[in-house]
Ligand binder design. Structure first.
Ligand code: FRU
Length: 566
């Protein structure tokens, strides 16, 4: 009894609701709300089917922050935390413009003051980030809460892999682009650090990249981490920010923006040091081609050339480029949306040479090469400053066709497994090889186990024709077929579980294997299946939403071994 009392008292302190009198309903689309900042968070209730409301946070009559979120009208899908500790202990005023545009909402005529969000908003000192949703992966990076798309600004320094990502801290759908930040020592176990690069008056923070400026070429300090990203405001412009505490916090460069253009799609700068010319290079996407620049100080950029017109696939906008030297070749990565081989977004690449000014593709213009033959592999770019001249890439494991609608709530989207890129040749042509990074392989025990689980690796020795089936008690199945004669591998997820959220989801994805392949490595993690040829000639990443985990594995014409996480 006594214990119960203590618990109740502490719960009262931990969570308290706003007083009704602090909320002022000025009209059906305007609310003002006074908020004290003595607690750590104000938890905002979100209803995803609504349109976005606009929240301005005022302190001393100045706007100190603004964002969009869908405050709950009739139903709470989840809460998002507004961090109050940023406001230096002084009271703030939320100045909220309520959206009344949604036809669905208009039909229901819920007056703004009847929205359930006003009573449900609460002060708290803790926010439960132990997300227990059933589709949350075990060994893939996910945001602790909120929406995620592209990996950004990835770099390695002093034994730590830094992964920034397009984050919406105020909802689990795309909005309010901010760079979230996670770190890892082994590319498998990630710690969320905080949001690191925030929107400002130039716009929200779209994708970009990072370098470690060892020789202080920019003057921000030797060893400073310098990031370049797209400020997405009225136009898309390129901005710099830098960190002198190993990527934990960033200051914006006062001369932003550093590059402007009058083209609407002008974004996703990838910067890298080019030893051969003793300069920085940068590649960024403009419409349906890439622009290449050079610089001595990361601030002043010279346009060198454009690449892409007439080359590869042009059925969508080119985004998120990368340009890296592998041996005596250069690999130009070009993410494209839509235009992917199975609809929506995907990653194409070009192989060629680069002299610091111009990229020359060695294939005929009509050749298109895909890096991954699944439907959920996008915005893939590599880490800067990786050890041992490795080219470690991380994709976003979703597709713009349905990313906002997949059946998760408190978070949306995971990254694909880290993979090391290389080159291989087949019939006189050079292709990009893709293998799970050694750290990924090391995360699994070396002794096989009998049972399939929802977070494991399955290695399959292939014979001429092999059919691999995963299934559960509900009759949901994923079928994978290797056909040696046709040199193809395919995965059928049409009966994999919930496919109802988008007519674009139920698909069969099919890859060329460029000759025979011997061993497949299949990584299953709750809601994803990534398949790699052990020699790197084929990769296929697909997400799935089974109503219960696949427990049965059958392999016809091959031999499987199952490995658990260590
Ligand atoms: C790719 C992309 C980028 C952009 C970002 C915005 O998925 O559209 O081109 O910078 O997402 O979130």
């Amino acid at each position: 009894m006594k214990r119960l009392f203590i618990l109740t008292i502490s719960a009262m302190f931990a969570l308290s609701f706003l007083h009704a009198q602090t909320t002022h309903f000025l009209s059906d689309n305007h609310v003002m709300q006074r908020v004290s900042t003595t607690s750590k968070y104000l938890l905002l209730p979100i209803e995803e089917s609504r349109e976005n409301d606009h929240v301005r946070i005022l302190q001393n009559q100045k706007v100190v922050k603004e964002f969009n979120c869908k405050l709950a009208m009739n139903k709470i899908d989840y809460f998002v935390p507004l961090h109050l500790d940023e406001f230096a202990g002084k009271e703030i005023l939320l100045d909220i413009t309520i959206s009344r545009g949604n036809a669905n909402e208009q039909a229901r005529h819920t007056a703004t003051k009847e929205f359930i969000c006003w009573k449900a908003m609460k002060y708290a000192d803790t926010f439960d980030m132990q997300n227990r949703e059933k589709f949350r992966p075990v060994y893939h990076h996910t945001p602790l809460y909120g929406w995620m798309n592209d990996p950004n600004g990835m770099f390695y320094k002093d034994g730590v892999w830094h992964l920034y990502f397009q984050h919406n801290p105020y909802g689990s759908q795309w909005e309010n682009m901010t760079w979230g930040h996670s770190t890892s020592r082994d590319l498998m176990n990630w710690t969320f650090e905080n949001d690191a690069v925030m929107p400002d008056a130039l716009g929200t923070v779209f994708s970009g990249s990072a370098v470690v400026d060892k020789n202080n070429t920019a003057g921000f300090g030797s060893g400073a981490v310098v990031v370049m990203y797209t400020s997405a405001g009225q136009s898309q412009t390129q901005s710099l920010a830098y960190s002198t505490d190993n990527g934990q916090t960033f200051r914006k460069y006062t001369g932003n923006p550093v590059i402007v253009s009058n083209t609407p799609d002008f974004r996703d700068p990838k910067i890298f040091w080019n030893e051969e010319i003793g300069k920085w290079n940068m590649i960024l996407a403009e419409g349906q081609h890439m622009k290449i620049y050079s610089s001595l100080n990361l601030k002043d950029w010279t346009h060198e050339s454009d690449f892409g017109e007439g080359y590869g696939n042009h059925n969508g906008v080119w985004e998120c480029p990368d340009l890296l030297r592998i041996g005596n070749r250069w690999l130009l990565i070009c993410n494209i949306n839509p235009g992917g081989p199975f609809g929506g977004s995907a990653t194409q690449y070009f192989v060629g040479t680069f002299d610091g000014r111009k990229f020359m593709c060695e294939d005929a213009p009509e050749v298109t090469k895909w890096m991954d033959w699944g439907k959920d592999h996008y915005a893939t770019v590599t880490f800067s400053n990786a050890p041992d001249e490795r080219h470690v890439a991380i994709p976003w494991m979703s597709n713009w066709q349905y990313a906002n609608d997949v059946p998760t709530k408190q978070y949306r989207s995971a990254n694909g497994l880290p993979r090391d890129l290389g080159l291989f040749s087949y019939q006189g042509k050079t292709y990009c090889s893709v293998k799970p990074s050694p750290e990924v392989m090391n995360a699994f025990a070396s002794k096989p186990v009998k049972r399939l689980s929802d977070a494991c690796r399955v290695d399959v020795r292939l014979r001429a024709n092999t059919v691999i089936t995963l299934s559960n008690g509900q009759g949901e199945t994923v079928t994978m077929t290797y056909n040696a004669k046709n040199e193809t591998f395919e995965m059928d997820r049409t009966k994999s579980g919930d496919t109802s959220f988008s007519s674009n989801f139920a698909t069969v994805t099919k890859a060329p294997t460029y000759g025979k392949i011997n061993t497949l490595q299949i990584f299953i993690d709750k809601s994803s299946i990534e398949v790699f040829d052990a020699d790197g000639k084929m990769a296929m990443s697909n997400i799935v939403f089974p109503s219960s985990p696949y427990t049965q594995l059958t392999v016809k014409g091959g031999k499987a071994r199952i490995y658990k996480l260590k």
